[in-house]
Design a protein around this ligand. Structure first.
Ligand SMILES: Nc1ncnc2c1ncn2[C@@H]1O[C@H](COP(=O)(O)OP(=O)(O)OP(=O)(O)O)[C@@H](O)[C@H]1O
Ligand SMILES: [Mg+2]
Length: 291
């Protein structure tokens, strides 16, 4: 069942850490979110998932995180079937999800505290992490006292402080302005080059996907499926405005545009069309016929 997944892994090179084999997800009401997804992510790989809204990107992350279960098919991490959440996988969302009542340092320390890491070791790791993401000066601030970019850096630090094997990121920088996003891309790339944590990164922004990913998976919708996988064989560190990033982003954009236009067409077809009897008799008097 995992042959097709193994195939995408072989193209990535390296040992597969995450494998999705013929994974389908059907919701209670009968709506299919995903249909027969085959995908493998190599250990240490940075994989980006792009696709129109509703194609199942978050569902894929949740399946890997163990927050959802597949209706059929297999989801494996390090060769083991995923049977729930675990400390080897952390998820970072668009909203920073920091605790507002804790300082930046205490937020970053939180997962270590939960894991029972002794105080001295915890302090050492939090300091190292905060220095890495350039937040040491702001360790005593609360989330509302720092910028949106700093909050996302603190959230990233909190995700990485427990040294997970896998970092799952769901549009983590979507709410940031372009300049802050560029800085965070550089920061994330630097951190990733240092740790080689396996990353699955969801985004609507194709330039972001090409700027960050070793591969970009373009998903299609209704039902969600893998439409195309592109290798991003460009040197690092990269910039969002590098010529080759721009050229490859244009290719991905074309793929995505076709899918998005398909969704919009289908949504227009689904839209309610009023019957003649539902319309006001005298349009000049507006809806409700003069009430
Ligand atoms: N808990 C749920 N119950 C029922 N349907 C759901 C549930 N979660 C998601 N869906 C549906 O599954 C499909 C895929 O959702 P998902 O959130 O994975 O898409 P997405 O690609 O992440 O979208 P977006 O880009 O808007 O975040 C959608 O049609 C969504 O409405
Ligand atoms: Mg989503």
């Amino acid at each position: 069942m995992l042959d097709a997944a193994q195939d995408t892994y072989r193209r990535a090179g390296g040992r597969p850490l995450i494998e999705l084999g013929a994974v389908a997800k059907v919701w209670g009401g009968g709506g299919a979110a995903l249909q027969a997804i085959d995908l493998a992510v190599a250990e240490g790989e940075f994989l980006c998932l792009c696709g129109p809204s509703g194609c199942g990107k978050t569902t894929v992350l949740n399946l890997i995180a163990g927050l959802e279960t597949a209706t059929t098919g297999e989801v494996r991490v390090a060769g083991q079937a995923v049977a729930g959440a675990g400390p080897d996988r952390t998820v970072m969302f668009q909203e920073h999800a920091l605790f507002p009542w804790l300082t930046v340092a205490d937020n970053v320390a939180f997962p270590l505290e939960v894991a029972g890491v002794p105080r001295a070791e915890r302090d050492r790791r939090v300091e190292a992490m905060l220095r890495t993401v350039h937040l040491w000066r702001y360790r005593g601030h609360h989330p509302h006292e720092v910028s949106g970019g700093m909050r996302q850096r603190a959230a990233l630090a909190r995700c990485l402080v427990g040294r997970p094997a896998i970092l799952l990121m769901d549009e983590p920088f979507a709410a940031l302005d372009a300049q802050t996003r560029d800085l965070l891309h550089a920061e994330l790339e630097r951190l990733w080059l240092g740790t080689r944590t396996t990353v699955v990164f969801v985004t609507h922004n194709v330039r972001e996907a090409v700027r960050l990913g070793d591969r970009v998976v373009v998903m299609g919708t209704r039902p969600g499926r893998v439409k195309r996988v592109l290798d991003v064989d460009l040197p690092r560190p990269r910039g969002a405005n590098d010529r080759d990033v721009t050229l490859l982003a244009a290719v991905v954009e074309r793929e995505l545009k076709i899918e998005i236009e398909k969704v919009i067409r289908e949504e227009l077809d689904d839209a309610w069309t009023p019957a003649a009897s539902d319309l006001p008799r005298d349009p000049a008097r507006g809806l409700g016929g003069g009430i």
